[in-house]
Design a protein around this ligand. Structure first.
Ligand SMILES: Nc1ncnc2c1ncn2[C@@H]1O[C@H](COP(=O)(O)OP(=O)(O)O)[C@@H](O)[C@H]1O
Ligand SMILES: [Mg+2]
Length: 249
């Protein structure tokens, strides 16, 4: 359902500090699959997720969602696609302080104009599912790490997205909470997640997830970084590691 064709992303193009974060990526992500990108810090995981989730545009290449070419869509259409297709769990959760758990969960739904009563009921059902009902009216700044993480997950699911995009969803959690969160990620749509290599339990443990590793391609040296040996997600390597398995639920 999501296809990346020869996608590259460069930051600060043409300047001395140019950074080639992604090089010639070809990927096909199917509905119902779980895909995990693993690689060291700086290898391009977050960049790849922002492109897949239409939060940013590639420098070159094409992104196709359900047969529709997204690369040329005007910004307002891209925003629409993003709202209807993706739910996001950001690495730092990005919860809005001063608002309650319930309000945070409902927030991404406001632009869609759903009736308030149905929206509240949907949000409360998610809180129940994630064991957060007792915290519904608590301000998010008082939550524990695991509660904040589950609130972020509930918020990501409020618009019933086809695809859940999670950036290092367990990076800030201890191993017990990580297992709990990974269990919650068993999700009927598609899941795309990033994980730093070797730092946390792989999603493969909990589900039939495909793993795509950053490979140290020849292009890594082009990145003009002092640590030029840093791996980068790049074309041929990504292609040969690519595999999406159906989730057995
Ligand atoms: N907005 C940006 N401007 C300049 N460089 C960036 C920007 N975002 C990311 N980068 C660079 O792109 C590379 C990949 O970053 P990122 O995707 O965040 O890696 P990861 O998530 O795997 O740690 C890094 O070298 C980072 O410094
Ligand atoms: Mg990252």
């Amino acid at each position: 359902m999501i296809e990346l064709r020869a996608v590259s992303k460069r930051f600060n193009q043409g300047r001395p500090n140019e950074c080639r974060a992604l090089a010639d990526i070809d990927l096909r992500l199917e509905r119902g699959g779980v895909t995990v990108f693993t690689g060291p810090s700086g290898s391009g995981k977050t960049t790849l997720l922002t492109l897949i989730g239409c939060l940013a545009r590639p420098t070159s290449g094409r992104i196709v969602l359900d047969g529709q070419l997204l690369s040329n869509l005007p910004e307002r259409f891209l925003t629409e696609v993003r709202r209807h297709t993706f739910g996001f769990v950001f690495q730092q959760f990005n919860l809005i302080r001063g608002l309650t758990v319930l309000e945070n969960v409902m927030l991404p739904a406001y632009p869609l104009g759903r009736p308030h009563r149905a929206l509240t009921a949907g949000a409360r059902a998610l809180l129940e599912r994630f064991d957060l009902e007792p915290k519904a009216d608590s301000k998010v700044e008082w939550l524990s790490g695991g509660e904040a993480q589950r609130t972020a997950l509930a918020r990501a699911l409020i618009n019933d997205p086809a695809v859940l995009v999670a950036d290092e969803p367990t990076a800030n959690l201890d191993s017990r909470l990580s297992r709990e969160v990974l269990g919650l990620l068993v999700f009927p749509g598609g899941v795309v997640a990033a994980a730093e290599s070797g730092r946390q339990p792989s999603l493969r443990l909990s589900a039939g997830a495909a793993e795509i590793r950053a490979a140290a391609g020849p292009r890594a040296a082009d990145r003009r970084r002092s640590d030029g040996a840093n791996p980068v997600f790049s074309g041929p390597e990504t292609r040969c590691h690519h595999l999406v398995l159906r989730l057995a639920v």
